[in-house]
Design a protein around this ligand. Sequence first.
Ligand code: BGC
Length: 409
Amino acid sequence: MKQFPEGFYWGAATASYQVEGWNENTDWAQAAKAGKVPLAGRLADHYHRYEEDFDIAKELGHNAHRFSIEWARIEPEEGKWDFTEVEHYRHVIKALRKRNIEPFITLWHFTLPQWFADRGGFERADAPQLFARYCAFVVKQLGDECHFFSTINEPNVYGSNGWLRGSWPPFKRFAATDLVSITNSGRIYEAKSHKGVKPLFLYLRVMRHLANAHNAAYTACKTERPDIDMSVVKHVIYFHANWNPLNKVKAWVANYCWTHIFMRRVHNHLDSVGLNYYFHKKFGDHATYEKTDMDWDIYPQGIYPALRMLWKYKKPLFVSEAGLADAADQYRAAYITEQVRATHEAIASGIDVRGHMYWSLLDNYEWALGTTKRFGLVAVNYETLERTIRPSAWEYKKIIEQNGLEESE
Ligand code: BGC
């Protein structure tokens, strides 16, 4: 038996804009109205149906759930707080607690309030302070109900899609990015007006501001509530290489740029770290891999070296997202088993991993790709809003119930 530590957190994750529905006061909703990304609209209507969705999570054996708070709901105008929305999220937390599910809150998962985007978003030098003020407000309001908070979801994904590839707001594009592009983030809008080298400099600035924003938020939140656990959620791509020394250098540089530059800036302001793992890139590799519906290699074992990369910073780790788009549910169960096996291997090697959250509990809005990609343990029919548990979710439940894997699995 590959047994996990007692008290290990098992569950799934979602993000507000991707499942709640009608988050209209955001940069993404504006971009959708302008035809630059798909419209979101009602989506899974999780904003109104979270009790039903948490019943499902409970039925599936989950004891943890990661979700995000929509900044635009809490601070719809600069400096104005909406206490009705605070109460909404308090009810969400209570609904989880009632089911013995530990809440993990992400304070910001990609979408900006319109006012913040209008004044220049994270390009502006005062953005870290405004972000920290929002985070500290939420922690002050909800920190008595929830212990685990993350500041930022995937800074590098946010920065690179917004300022290098130009596929996400604010659609600035550094054309040379195409040469190193390795993922599908749905380039459906060409940001013609921002070609040239300027986006690269803006990207570097935004990345610096995001690190400063995390650090300022950490300090402000811990001042408010010293006992909470504050993390950042880091997307790690596992870059590796064949035998060729040149490829090994490429992999080292890629890991340094994608993962370590940001981590080195924030590692003194962290109680734990969330890992989001989806894919690898092996330089000099000629192998063919089965693919997810995102066209990403199926490579769940990469979660172990990804955890090892973050373990360099010696903070407790949580797998805050790992999963795949698989509408037919043909690979998901095996994928989960393999990613859990690799996580166990990481723990056996001495890495302190405390939880595992599959992405995602529900089918959701996959950003510039709209609702076409199905990551959910639970399928959502967008016409009827009917939820259907996919077979793989029951396989995950078996792992959770055993708190581990049978040796033969
Ligand atoms: C993000 C999610 C996204 C998922 C699948 C992560 O990068 O945090 O919002 O849906 O990956 O692409």
